[in-house]
Design a binder for this molecule. Structure first.
Ligand SMILES: [Zn+2]
Length: 496
């Protein structure tokens, strides 16, 4: 029964239905593009419709209204084993994210070999209290000890950190097949997604030693140390072991189509295997690391960027849906800083140069230009790749990644015609360079709205530090096991 209207209400001017209305824009969702206003109450989307009336109005004439970007792979204020943390702090990283149209991120809680995970996770929570974007964590498992796997990880997952990350390479973080099986099994028992950095540790080490012995030490030999079959082998192995356990996985930062083909084969067999790629694999190539002097270090990330044919093939894999998330893999250190690329000096061999490129702020603009402006994907695909799919895969949907009544009012007002030459200062991160310096692009965010508040307008970020919220992730159907285990025997049910 409806409450009776009071005389006061009867006599009053008609009240607006919404606190805020984003008016006159073109809304883009995962599958539709249409003219509509968005009504916002209490930080959530209350209505999507025509001629909505609000106490305040944000004019979106001529702009696209997209779901706020969801970047499910960022390194922000990550702790280093020898003390200290990434240069990119929660405030600078959030500023860059909001400047580039991203409102939610998933960063990492690192474990160091011999240590636990609960202590570091508490420290990551403490640091993230400065965030201006909403956030969650992936828990890195670098040492699958009994204590960590059987006691600590179940608590981590129960606390809402519902994804684990493992490395199959890197001296300080790689795990072997037995440890990988234990991580997959604990994820299956407690309901978490496992994300995997797929490269073969032994093969990279073997080639690196030979390259160094041959005097091939410059940044460009980074690519020589890890050709694509090294990534393909590890991807194949991770998928096979995930199938053995019947545990869903996402393969991180797929660099080339032959790796994506391993994922496509798995998907065709009905396995829950997903693939992520990043803007750097569409835009950069191994040749960028062959720039004079130390300059090539700016483009060094792992897996290595390949070549133009690989980039073209990756777009095919995106259009086929094999790769359904584009994240930044934003790296938190700079070029000239003493703790960044030059940490071991500018004559350091490639194997001593920190990997990674910054990208949390440039992810949406670079992908929009290369994808939508160049006609490789449509607007809905762009929204799926950058917001809807990552939110769904990591248990943030429907609160994030979608323009739906009840969802958080996270929106980007996007100017699809604006022409911009990328310079590092536009990205507003603490990092002193971008690998996209000087790139001319079409399409740029005009404003970013986070839970109903204008967090960035015309390049000015105005969200206060500490206004971001932790996003606890409960169990969700997408990452449930398929129920198919070899011989019908579920080995993951045993703590071995
Ligand atoms: Zn990463």
């Amino acid at each position: 029964m409806l409450p009776a209207r009071s005389a006061e209400q009867e006599g009053a001017q008609p009240m607006a239905d919404y606190e805020t209305v984003v008016a006159g824009g073109t809304v883009v969702t995962a599958y539709d593009v249409f003219r509509a206003d968005v009504g916002i109450n209490g930080g959530t989307i209350a209505a999507v419709g025509l001629d909505l009336k609000g106490d305040s109005r944000i004019d979106a004439d001529g702009l696209l209204v997209l779901p706020g970007g969801v970047d499910t792979h960022c390194h922000i204020e990550q702790l280093k084993e020898n003390g200290g943390a990434d240069e990119e702090t929660w405030t600078s990283g959030s500023t860059s994210a909001l400047a580039g149209g991203t409102t939610s991120v998933i960063t990492f809680s690192a474990q160091f070999k011999g240590g636990g995970v609960l202590g570091p996770l508490a420290e990551y929570h403490r640091r993230a209290k400065q965030a201006m974007v909403d956030y969650s964590f992936h828990q890195i498992i670098a040492d699958a000890s009994d204590d960590v796997i059987f006691k600590e990880v179940p608590q981590v997952i129960a606390s809402g950190v519902r994804s684990l990350k493992v490395f199959l390479t890197y001296e300080n973080s790689y795990i072997d097949d037995r440890q990988l099986l234990r991580v997959l099994a604990v994820a299956r028992r407690h309901g978490a997604l496992v994300t995997v950095h797929c490269e073969n540790y032994e093969a990279i080490n073997w080639r690196t030693k030979a390259l160094l012995a041959a005097g091939k030490v410059e940044p460009k030999y980074h690519a020589w140390s890890r050709p694509s079959m090294i990534e393909r082998e590890a991807t194949h192995r991770a998928i096979a072991l995930a199938e053995l356990v019947d545990q869903p996985i996402q393969v991180f930062h797929v660099s080339c189509p032959e790796v994506a083909a391993e994922i496509a084969t798995a998907q065709a067999r009905g396995l829950k295997v997903w693939g992520e790629t990043c803007p750097q694999y569409f835009v950069l190539s191994a040749d960028d690391m062959d720039r004079p002097g130390f300059e090539g270090a700016k483009f060094m990330c792992s897996p290595s960027p390949r070549d133009a044919a690989a980039s073209a093939g990756l777009w095919d894999m995106v259009r086929m849906g094999t790769l359904d998330v584009v994240s930044s893999d934003h790296s938190g250190w700079g070029y000239n800083s003493p703790v960044g690329k030059r940490v071991h000096g500018t004559n350091a061999p490639f194997s001593d140069i920190p990997n990674g490129v910054p990208g949390v702020g440039s992810r949406l603009p670079v992908l929009f230009h290369e994808g939508v402006s160049k006609g490789r994907i449509d607007l809905c695909q762009f929204v799926r790749l950058t917001a809807t799919n990552p939110a769904r895969l990591f248990g943030l949907a429907p609160r994030k990644g979608s323009i739906t009544p009840g969802a958080d009012a996270d929106l980007v007002l996007w100017d699809p015609k604006k022409q911009v030459t990328i310079t590092n200062d536009l990205l507003q991160h603490v990092i002193d360079y971008t690998p996209y310096e000087g790139m001319q692009i079409t399409g740029w965010p005009y404003a970013t709205i986070r839970r109903g508040e204008v967090a960035m307008r015309d390049g000015k970020v105005q969200a206060p530090p500490g206004s971001g919220q932790f996003l606890p992730r409960g169990p969700y159907d997408l990452i449930k096991p398929t129920g198919r285990v070899p011989f019908g025997f579920d080995a993951s049910a045993y703590e071995v």
